[in-house]
Design a binder for this molecule. Structure first.
Ligand SMILES: [Fe+2]
Ligand SMILES: [Fe+2]
Length: 412
């Protein structure tokens, strides 16, 4: 399906499959947030995207999107602890069968020749104007950053585990290979709009959020699973409704999401290799927490930019609810506990979070003194936290992988 001039101009934004939940907390390291740079191709201007060039930078370099709790982040972890958890020398009984089988699968590299661009991309970018152009650029930037964030984390895990567990190390490196491919593909699509992210600059200057290894595993496993579900849902919808195919990028989602599906299965196998992460009260609470963090982050992000879904012929709320229901069912096959997203109060609570987030954004955009802004925001922040706590202590479902002794059976 080609993107044509009949493209319906609206907006675009999606959650990345490749990152831990932005809302899940964690400690920032490596200094303050630096401007994200996007270099314009020679001779091209970025004015038509509506982005303001940074005054201290050359033309074609845009100001960073403001970093908030919902923006894609870069992650780091305690690599010594990872080594401790997965070293074959220290853990001679570490179950490696599933991971060894996955290595053979990942080495096949099914999508090696999938991400091949054609001239249609450039033509599609030229045809997209107005508000859609700006939103599409924002979507590409966010998605590229998130894919690249996954690449950096997995690459480093692969590098650090090389001596301790070569199979796991190679698997992480192969997942990093996929994420680098995804990020590169998105960055080239961004290039059609006269912009390209300076990924080297981002690597050095973006702040890194620290998570302990087990939290990285919970969060990435759920993030990969939700990424798969988002992509396949969009792809199937656009197959049924090709008039809403905004950009040729969406045609690549079917194979792309298979990568994400393999990544989710891989991370589930890593969790299963350390069964203590999948049983017991602590594991159940963390599983519930990370599921909710990922779902809430996506729900708020998407409702913040509903134009994307309108442009794709989708209803944001319906789309997100479908994705969360399906992801929760998938997560229930591995994690020991998931939130009961079918409980009567669940969606009303999520919708209240959307309302509070809209209020917070409205106040953020207000030109008044910072102190006053903070005071105006306080009640909405308080309500947001209270709502998140209510969701966390709300109904949950005991579930889990049948491979793990003592795990709850799948009853979703
Ligand atoms: Fe992924
Ligand atoms: Fe990816």
């Amino acid at each position: 399906m080609q993107a044509t001039s009949s493209v319906r101009a609206q907006c675009l934004q999606a959650q990345s499959p490749c990152r831990p939940a932005a809302a899940a907390g964690g400690r920032a390291r490596h200094g303050p947030m630096q401007p994200m740079r996007a270099a314009a191709a020679e001779g091209e201007l970025v004015d038509d995207t509506g982005f303001k060039p940074a005054s201290s930078m050359r033309r074609g370099v845009k100001k960073a999107a403001k970093e908030t709790i919902l923006t894609p982040r870069f992650y780091t972890t305690d690599f010594d602890e990872v080594d401790e958890m997965f070293s074959l020398e220290r853990n001679p009984d570490l179950p490696m069968e599933e991971l060894t089988a996955m290595l053979a699968e990942m080495r096949r590299d099914y999508n090696q020749k999938h991400f091949v661009r054609s001239e249609v991309f450039h033509e599609a970018a030229a045809a997209i104007q107005g508000s859609l152009r700006r939103t599409l650029v924002e979507f590409l930037e966010r998605s590229c950053t998130a894919e690249f964030s996954g690449f950096l984390l997995y690459k480093e895990l692969g590098r650090r585990l090389r001596g301790a567990n070569p199979t796991l190390a190679e698997l992480f490196s192969l997942v990093a290979r996929d994420e680098a491919r995804h990020a590169g593909f998105l960055n080239k699509a961004l290039g059609d709009f006269g912009l390209a992210l300076d990924l080297g600059f981002l690597t050095k200057h973006r702040s890194y959020t620290f998570f302990r290894p087990k939290f990285i595993l919970y969060a990435t496993c759920i993030a990969e699973k939700i990424g798969y579900r988002r992509f396949i849902t969009m792809y199937r919808h656009l197959q049924r409704d090709p008039d809403h195919q905004l950009h040729p990028l969406f045609e690549f989602f079917e194979n792309w999401c298979q990568d994400e599906s393999r990544h989710g299965d891989f991370l589930a196998a890593v969790l299963k290799a350390r069964p203590e992460l999948l049983r017991g009260l602590e594991a159940r609470l963390w599983s519930r927490f990370f599921c909710l963090s990922v779902y809430i982050t996506m729900y708020l992000n998407d409702h913040q930019r509903p134009g994307l879904y309108q442009a794709l012929g989708l209803d944001t709320t319906q789309f997100d609810r479908h994705v969360i229901l399906e992801t929760n069912a998938a997560a229930a096959r591995i994690l020991p506990e998931v939130p009961n997203v079918g409980a009567p109060g669940f969606w009303p609570a999520m919708d209240r979070l959307v309302q509070y987030n809209a209020k917070l954004l409205e106040i953020d955009g207000w030109e008044g003194p910072e102190l006053l802004k903070k005071l105006r925001k306080a009640p909405y922040m308080e309500r947001t936290v209270a709502e998140c706590v209510r969701l966390f202590v709300g109904p949950a479902i005991r579930c889990g992988s049948l491979d793990i002794e003592g795990a709850g059976s799948y009853q979703y």
